[in-house]
Write a protein that binds this ligand. Structure first.
Ligand code: PLP
Length: 353
């Protein structure tokens, strides 16, 4: 049986959270002399003198309608990276507990683990970039608190098999994090749909990719009410600023625009995949469910990467990452940007080849 409370660090289970002025009285009307704000206004343009809603209630109600989730199962943070960090701080005893990642994958899981002095056990994806379920389950011990599943995976671009993720959810008694940063670009059904089924599921999504709002820093985490309540207790009180909350609401009034942008990017992804695969220097393009592709080259990928930098075209060099030898990760740009990339690679393949 999954028991969230027994999984928590002792200090977190018993913590008395900081109670902000805006937590204690939540009415909208009144004379607010409780938070030491400036009553007259802001030095900059706009009205920013009042602290924002610490629980982003309005935004969560609207997001909940879009995602089909009640607000109590939603956490919003300063990017989805905040959710990753809170998970470590809530569950992992420094120097004692461990988590499992499946490289090649998103680098932030390891960085957050290192910051929190938590061991990372790595169980590589299979050569076709799928989960080695037996290997992952064999790596679990009594101090394993979380397994990080990134689907669609960064940097490989593919989605991981639902059946494998389900097995981890069923057979592992800790938290299974399903990072869906790129889900808007894929045809897979989100695990947000399955929160009722799995009390140990935490789904991460973000406004940084498909929504085109990376600079605003708005990340989402979806989980059981019990798990989300833990995050709310330990987060910084005002972790999402008012500009971000307002822009988030604005974005959610225009879901269609996001979908149209996604369609454009998917079209460009097909064009770029096609054109790159025809190049002499390109060995293969891995199938992608994301807004980037992983391209394997016959020529020295690091040399190609450096030459592209000379042309002021910056991609991600994954040449030294296990299972990604010879690979560059390329974000899908505009039609013009992708054309410039193709021209540059054509020109360079003679040089670095
Ligand atoms: C980009 C990305 C994120 C998103 O990070 P934010 O902090 O929300 O900008 C999360 N997970 C993966 C795998 C990513 O590639």
């Amino acid at each position: 049986m999954f028991d969230l409370q027994s999984l928590l660090r002792e200090n977190i289970r018993t913590i008395k959270p900081y109670s902000s002025a805006r937590d204690e009285y939540t009415g909208a009307e009144g004379i607010f002399l409780d938070a030491n704000e400036n009553p007259t206004g802001s030095v900059c343009e706009g009205e920013f003198n009042r602290y924002p809603d610490p629980l982003q209630r309005e935004l969560k109600v609207r997001l909940g309608e879009v995602k089909g989730v009640v607000p109590e199962k939603i956490f919003l943070g300063n990017g989805s990276d905040e959710g990753i960090d809170l998970l470590f701080r809530a569950f992992c005893r420094p120097g004692v507990d461990n988590v499992i990642t499946m490289p090649p994958t998103y680098g932030m899981y390891q960085v957050c683990a290192d910051i929190n002095d938590v061991e990372v056990r790595t169980v590589s994806l299979t050569p076709d970039f799928q989960i080695d379920v037996e290997g992952v389950l064999a790596a679990v011990d009594q101090n394993t608190k979380a397994i990080f599943v990134c689907s669609p995976n960064n940097p490989t671009g593919n989605s991981l098999a639902d059946a494998d993720i389900e097995r981890l959810l069923k057979e592992f008694n800790g938290i299974v994090v399903v990072d869906e940063a790129y889900i808007d670009f894929s045809n897979e059904v989100s695990f947000v749909r399955r929160l009722e089924e799995f009390p140990n599921l935490l789904v991460l999504q973000t406004f940084s990719k498909a929504w085109g709002m990376a600079a605003l820093r708005l990340g989402m985490a979806f989980g059981s009410e019990e798990l989300i309540a833990v995050f709310n207790r330990i987060k910084y009180p005002y972790n999402v600023n008012i500009l971000t909350q307002e822009k988030g609401l604005e974005a959610l009034q225009n879901v269609l625009k996001k979908e149209m942008m996604v369609q454009d990017i998917l079209f460009e992804r097909e064009m770029l995949t096609d054109a790159l695969s025809k190049l002499e220097s390109c060995e293969k393009i891995y199938p992608s469910d994301a807004n980037f592709i992983l391209a394997k080259f016959k020529v020295d990928a690091t040399a190609l990467y450096n030459q592209l930098v000379e042309h002021k075209i910056i991609v991600r060099n994954r040449n030294s990452v296990t299972l990604c030898e010879g690979c560059l990760r390329i974000t899908i740009g505009t039609a013009e940007e992708n054309k410039a990339l193709l021209e540059a690679i054509k020109e360079l393949q003679a040089v670095v080849g």
